[in-house]
Every structure is written in C-alpha cells, then in structure tokens.
Design a protein around this ligand. Structure first.
Ligand code: TPP
Length: 355
C-alpha cells in the first residue's frame, strides 16, 4: 500500500505591492499617525545606516553591519512589540533598536567596541546583540517558555538570517518551542545571503518557512519589503504567542542591498542585475508611493524628515564622542560572572601596553 499521509503548505502574504497598491482584504488598517510614524522610522534608520557606514570608513568605529533593504522588517517588529515583551536581536538589527527608541549614541558605543552600549533599558526587554550566528534562537524559546509558565500575557521575539537556519541552535530552538508551545516568535530575515554564500547553495529547502513545519510550528512567508504585510503577520504571531497559543516562524523574503558587513565586498560574488531587480521592490519606495496616493506623503515632508534626522544623528554622534573610552577592564567585565586568572593576566598586559 502506498498513500499520502500528510501534505503541507506554506502561505505567502503580501499586503502592499511594488506599485504601492494595497490588498484591501488583508490591510491591517493602521491609523494615519501609525502609518506616518512607520515611514518616519524607516526613513530615520535608512539615513542612519549611511552614517554608520561613513563612521566605520573614517576609522571612528569598528566593523559595522548595515541593514539597507531590510528596514521594513526592522521597523515592523518594533511596532508590534509591547511593554513586557522580550526581544533577542541579531547583529543586523541596529535599525530595529533605533526604531525601538534606543539612543543612537548607545549603539555607537557598542559598534565602537564598548559593551556599555548594550546596557539597554526600555519597556521591551532587549537582550544584547548576538554575534554568534543563530545563538539567540534558543534564548527566545527559553524566554517564551518562561513567560508561558509564569502565565504572563507577553511574548518573546528573535531575529536572525537565512544562514542561521542551517545551524543546530535554530533547530533545537524551534523543536522545543513546538514541544512546549512557547510564547515565541522566530523572525527570519531571508536576505538571500549568508556572507557570500547564496541561499540556494546553503540549503535545498525551497522556503525557510517550511523548516518550522517539521517541528509543528506555524510557519508563514511574508514579503519582507512590505511594511503592512509585516505588521500584519508579526502582529498576529505576537498576539497568538501572548495568548499562550504557541510559536510562529516568520520568513521575511527580502534582499540584502548592502555588503554583508564593512569587512565584505559583495561586488565580488553578486550579480549587479539582482540589485536592480530588488531596487524596484525597495521597502521605503513602495510605502512612499502608497502614502502619496493617500496624500500622506509630500516632497516637503521628505525634506523635513531628512533635515530633522540629520540634526538628530549629528547630536547623537556628538553625545557618543563626549562619553569617551570605557575603562580598560570592561574588555573582560561581562564575559564571565567572575574573572579567571588568564583574564587578570591579559588585563595587566593591556594596562602596561596602553601606558
Ligand atoms: C557561530 C558562528 N559561525 C560563523 C560566524 C561568521 N558569520 C558571521 S555572519 C555569517 C553569515 C550569517 O548569515 P545569515 O544568518 O543569513 O544572516 P545575515 O548576515 O545574512 O543577516 C557568518 C557565517 C559567526 N558569527 N558565528
């Protein structure tokens, strides 16, 4: 005997298309002030990304991770978070943290190698940025499980890239989230690359979303450049998680318009034609078209945003410069709860070297 015992499907959601047209059946119907606030945040973080790159190029900060092209996901998720939720960001989430209200001066501290920049206080509980790929995924499972056990009406969300879904941490995180039906949301920004490894060379799975199905986790793919689709999908997943109704894996289908980091040169491995294709799908451009159609966007507002954001960014850079360098012992201060002899020795060396 031979029969089909199970069939699975992956749904794709798009609310706002490339021409700026909305699918009225799926429209989350945000208020005018919400729409304008979302655009303003996307504008700010894109403008900041250029500054972040310039500061690294002029030697003022260390490696910087850009996110241009992925602003819709960064802003949408922060829009959906509520007081008492937990957020586990990866290294490409500087934009999300700015959108959440973390001062740019703090993030500059972090990218200049000063751990004080990750001492974050906000209504949303934010973990320090995770650099080891995918390591933050089980943290979200654990936090979501704890929230569930405590009977709290809150959720945990984690962000990571497509490459992270090839790592064990992702799979154990998803597996236990499924088993314990945790209050977790797994948000994958599938930007098509893991450094220079194209997605098609990194996994044969046709979608990232289908990986969640294997663990009994509700999974969906959404247009990652569509702010309205993202708000709708992330908002529903967080609502479901807060109600204790289990985890969701969201695959945001997008494209990394920048280099992997400032230590990379994507021109060496990427077809420039792809950049042209994705430029048409730009998340800000299509949102702008939509807002313009509703008479909520104008050239003069755009110029006003540009100058307001330039002033804000300059003030934050100044604030950061005034904070100064951290005490040298900060290099080791947050590695272990208690120091180890090797660190003490290295610290003494570092002090001698800097004299
Ligand atoms: C555990 C671990 N292995 C390797 C690296 C080096 N590394 C940094 S980013 C990266 C690619 C990750 O790609 P993806 O998960 O798709 O996220 P993206 O950078 O595209 O946002 C790798 C391999 C690392 N940081 N951590």
């Amino acid at each position: 005997m031979k029969k089909t015992i199970k069939q699975f499907k992956v749904e794709y959601v798009q609310v706002l298309d490339e021409k700026g047209k909305v699918d009225s059946k799926l429209d989350p119907k945000l208020s005018v002030s919400e729409l304008k606030a979302l655009y303003k945040k996307m504008h700010l973080i894109r403008q900041y990304d250029r500054k972040g790159l310039a500061l690294q190029r002029t030697g003022k900060t260390g490696t910087y991770v850009q996110y241009t092209g992925q602003e819709a996901g960064e802003v949408a998720l922060t829009h959906c978070l509520k007081k008492g939720d937990w957020f586990f960001p990866g290294y490409r989430e500087t934009g999300a943290l700015i959108a959440l209200g973390v001062p740019i001066s703090k993030l500059l501290l972090y990218w200049a190698g000063d751990e004080r920049g990750m001492n974050l206080h906000s209504d949303v509980r934010v973990f320090p940025i995770a650099i080891p790929v995918g390591s933050q995924t089980p943290h979200c499972t654990g936090a979501g499980w704890a929230l569930k056990l405590q009977g709290k009406k809150n959720a945990a969300i984690v962000t990571f890239g497509d490459g992270a879904t090839s790592r064990g941490d992702f799979h154990s995180g998803l597996n236990f989230a499924g088993v314990y039906s945790t209050n977790s949301v797994f948000f994958c920004q599938n930007n098509q690359f893991a450094i220079s490894t194209a997605r098609a060379r990194q996994t044969m799975a046709e979608t990232i979303a289908q990986k969640g199905i294997a663990y009994g986790v509700d999974s969906v793919q959404v247009d990652g450049n569509d702010i309205l689709g993202l708000v709708s999908v992330i908002g529903s997943a967080l609502k479901k998680a807060r109600a204790g109704k289990g985890p969701t894996l969201i695959e945001a289908f997008t494209y990394r318009m920048c280099d992997h980091t400032t230590s990379d040169d994507a021109k060496k491995y990427r077809d420039p034609k792809d950049l042209k294709v994705w430029a048409v799908r730009d998340p800000l451009l299509r949102f702008q078209k939509y807002l313009k159609g509703r008479k909520l966007w104008s050239e003069s507002w755009e110029k006003k945003l540009e100058s307001e954001h330039a002033v804000l960014i300059d003030q934050e850079v100044k604030k950061w410069e005034e904070i100064g360098k951290p005490p040298i012992d900060q290099i080791f201060a947050h590695v272990f709860a208690e120091s180890i002899p090797q660190f003490d020795e290295q610290l003494e060396d570092a002090k001698r070297f800097l004299k």
